[in-house]
Design a binder for this molecule. Structure first.
Ligand SMILES: C[S@@+](CC[C@H](N)C(=O)[O-])C[C@H]1O[C@@H](n2cnc3c(N)ncnc32)[C@H](O)[C@@H]1O
Length: 272
């Protein structure tokens, strides 16, 4: 890559966290950033999932689907969310695992961790802990987690094999992986992958379904499923990725006909 992925990703998400904290990001339900209005909390999270979740956690929601729904969490489980952002998925998960369970959120961006900790305080939960670190070098011991979830983060990694191998390492034997992510289902111009804006905007670093499965298999996972859910048509990309009012023209020079239907929001499941 011709740029420092972690530095650019941290800069991008740090600025979103700051605008949420300062109140200048109005609402993810009416504007978009990163994974587009696909991140709109009213679309991807519904019903009791949203009850008691602090407003700033909803406004910082940048995922592409709801991993909490298919993680099938149970009372007492220990869960890790990779790239926890403002904490929305962690705080939702905390309701399912109850006082005897624990949810860790891991993120590398200080501003996101500050926001997540404020959201945790607002919600008044004690079964949640946010950790600073890289998903490619998880600061936790082996075989600890019942479940690893993640929402629209693996595509941002500059070393996806390392990140998924780390997920495997910290899962207990029999533990579940429940990831929501964007994948590619059509050939796209390789130049798209070289642009900072498309990478930090969750499109440039996407894998094909077969590549995802190969990596998961290589690092040891079994019962692997990659299930495409929402296709990003030309109009979805135009509306949600090109006209971002928070980030300006953060994705530029993209051939909309070429990317029409090339990206899909998918659920990725596997077992250790
Ligand atoms: C698209 S946002 C998603 C946040 C959250 N999962 C959600 O659903 O709102 C990506 C988050 O992942 C974090 N992140 C990206 N790459 C990372 C890495 N390599 N290690 C740790 N955190 C990372 C960013 O700081 C950011 O908070």
């Amino acid at each position: 890559m011709s740029f420092d992925v972690k530095k650019e990703v941290r800069k991008f998400y740090g600025s979103i966290a700051k605008s949420v904290s300062s109140g200048s990001k109005k609402s993810c339900c009416s504007s978009s950033s990163c994974c587009g209005d696909i991140s709109s909390s009213s679309i991807i999270y519904q019903g009791e999932n949203l009850a008691n979740i602090p407003k700033d956690a909803l406004e910082a929601s940048l995922g592409c689907a709801n991993p909490v729904v298919f993680a099938n969490l149970k009372e007492g489980e220990v869960v890790l969310d990779l790239g926890s952002g403002g904490g929305i998925n962690v705080l939702m998960a905390s309701k399912y695992i109850g006082p005897t369970g624990k949810v860790y959120g891991l993120d590398m961006t200080d501003e996101m961790l500050d926001l997540a900790n404020k959201n945790k305080e607002k919600m008044g939960v004690s079964n949640v802990e946010f950790l600073k670190g890289y998903i490619e070098d998880i600061p936790l011991k082996d075989n600890l987690m019942d479940v690893i979830m993640s929402n629209c983060v693996i595509n941002l990694s500059d070393d996806k094999e390392k990140a998924l191998a780390e997920a495997y390492r910290v899962l207990k034997p029999g533990g579940r992986l429940a990831i929501a992510d964007i994948i590619t289902i059509k050939d796209i111009n390789p130049e798209i992958k070289q642009q900072i804006s498309t990478w930090v905007g969750c499109l440039g670093g996407t894998l094909r379904s077969e590549e995802y499965k190969d990596i998961l298999h290589k690092v040891g996972f079994k019962d692997i499923e990659v299930v495409p859910e929402h296709i990003y048509t030309k109009s979805v990309i135009e509306e949600n990725f090109l006209n971002d009012k928070n980030m300006g023209n953060f994705i530029q020079n993209i051939d909309l006909d070429m990317v029409d239907g090339a990206f899909v929001g998918a659920y990725i499941k596997a077992i250790k």
